[in-house]
Design a binder for this molecule. Structure first.
Ligand code: SDX
Length: 428
């Protein structure tokens, strides 16, 4: 334990404990601040606030480091598969061969959804955004799986966790099939997680569908890159929803809703639309100027990060995967990729971006890859949600199992009207 911090507040000397983690910054424990001083801290956007203690994911934004349970993201993406990472995030350890086989078996046998779930989809317009469908259908899971909504029961918590991880790809594929007017494709148990997802998305009843192993491996790696990321906006949403005791399906639906925003998981869709809007390399300087213009709300989507003030380690692996996929598909000169590479080159040498430490993040290249694989832009954030579900679940489970856990209830700085008496309408 580090030496306590002393603060002098309104002439009163107050001492606060300083806690150290295993790695990373110390924290100032201010839990007793209000009781001792009558003051709140003020940190909108939580730039300096640690909301919880966690053992799951560690990020060093200055060094561009991302660890899942201590293992570097590039090693996990290179050597393991997504379900191995799911086991690691959920249980805290890499699985033995027997544990991996058992985990894969259990996930595989939860991939079907209740047949009546299909009726939900009939209620949507075909042009509904797939993320709207996902928010609704993930929340609707709590209307079906009552035997895994009691969060006080560890067995039900684990079944709900497996169901969430297993059913997200099925719901995502259904959302896609519904949007293009094709029949739903049932899961196939003899396929691995990501191959099964590709088949549910792209198979049609009229012909045999063969999974491309290179694309399946690439997408599986993309899922690993997106699996968890500390206390980001959607994970904090899931934790806050879970702190009230809401069932896990409802909490994940809240996470899906938050992820949708273009500043967060929606950035991959926004980044590809930006590249399409730029169109050609010669237009890049105009958009860079717009990104710098304080009066122009335009931002370079896929650039910048609250934590990474160095290159997002996931973006490097993403870029490599993009080239792998384009080569496999024989796409030699993708104009969007040319724009992306030139935009990155210019931005990384531009004073504005250097000074503000704006580097490409994971969303900058993912759109090009997913588009090449055949996914429409509107499905990009859905794929992010499929991958991030294990992170949300692992963080939710960690919070529920923390004996000191309480409902999250922040306070505020009130700047509204002070007390005033009611005035009847004929006197206003
Ligand atoms: C994800 O938190 C996570 O971990 C998220 C995530 C995960 O895995 O869960 O990593 C996934 O959400 C990645 C981020 C995807 N979002 C985008 O690519 C959208 C574009 N990026 C920005 O909106 C922004 O960079 C954020 C939202 C990502 C971060 O915002 P911050 O930390 O609040 O930073 P800021 O908005 O205060 O920007 C700091 C400065 C500002 O200039 P000044 O006011 O200081 O003069 O940098 C500028 C901003 O104007 N800036 C940009 C910019 N991002 C920030 N200028 C141009 N283009 C950009 N993209």
């Amino acid at each position: 334990m580090s030496a306590p911090a002393n603060l002098s507040i309104s002439g009163k000397n107050v001492e606060f404990p300083v806690k150290s983690g295993s790695i990373g910054p110390d924290v100032l424990d201010i839990a007793k601040l209000y009781a001792q001083t009558g003051m709140f801290t003020y940190d909108p956007g939580f730039t300096s606030t640690a909301s919880c203690e966690s053992k799951i994911t560690y990020i060093d934004g200055d060094e561009g480091v991302l660890l899942y349970r201590g293992y570097p993201i590039d090693q996990l993406a290179e050597h393991g598969d997504f379900l191995e990472t799911c086991h690691l995030l959920l249980y805290g350890e890499l699985p033995t061969a027997a544990q991996k086989a058992d985990f894969d078996y259990r996930v595989t046998r939860h991939t079907m959804v209740h047949e009546q779930m299909m009726r939900f989809f009939q209620g949507f317009r075909r042009d509904a955004h797939p993320m709207a469908v996902m928010v609704a259908s993930v929340g609707a899971l709590s209307a079906f799986y009552h035997d895994s909504t009691d969060i006080s029961d560890p067995t039900q918590r684990m079944i709900a966790s497996m169901r969430m991880i297993a059913k997200m790809p099925t719901l995502a594929a259904m959302a896609y099939k519904y949007s293009i007017g094709q029949p739903f494709v049932y899961p196939q148990n003899d396929l691995d997680y990501t191959s099964n997802f590709l088949k549910m998305c792209f198979a049609v009843p009229c012909e045999e569908y063969k999974v491309n192993p290179v694309l399946s491996r690439a997408l599986d790696r993309i899922f690993t890159l997106h699996a968890d990321h500390e206390q980001n906006a959607s994970t904090s949403t899931v934790r806050l929803a879970g702190s009230s005791g809401a069932n896990p399906f409802a909490c994940i639906a809240a996470g899906v809703a938050c992820l949708w925003g273009p500043a967060h998981g929606g950035a991959n869709e926004a980044a590809l639309k930006m590249l399409q809007e730029i169109g050609t390399v010669d237009k890049i300087p105009h958009f860079i100027a717009r990104a710098k213009d304080k009066n122009d709300p335009f931002r370079l989507m896929g650039f910048g990060h609250r934590v990474y003030k160095n290159y997002d380690p996931r973006a490097k692996i993403m870029q490599k995967t993009t080239h792998e996929v384009l080569n496999e598909l024989g796409i030699k000169d993708d104009p969007l990729l040319d724009v992306a590479i030139e935009l990155e080159r210019i931005a990384l040498h531009d004073e504005y971006f250097i000074e503000k430490k704006l580097y490409p993040n994971i969303d900058f290249y993912s759109g090009i890859t997913l588009k090449a694989m055949g996914f429409p832009t509107s499905m990009f954030t859905v794929l992010f949600a499929v991958a991030r579900t294990v992170g949300w679940i692992a963080q939710w489970k960690e919070m529920i199992e923390d004996p000191s856990q309480r409902i999250g209830r922040p306070r505020q700085l009130y700047t509204g009207a002070p007390l005033r008496e009611y005035v009847s309408i004929n006197q206003r």
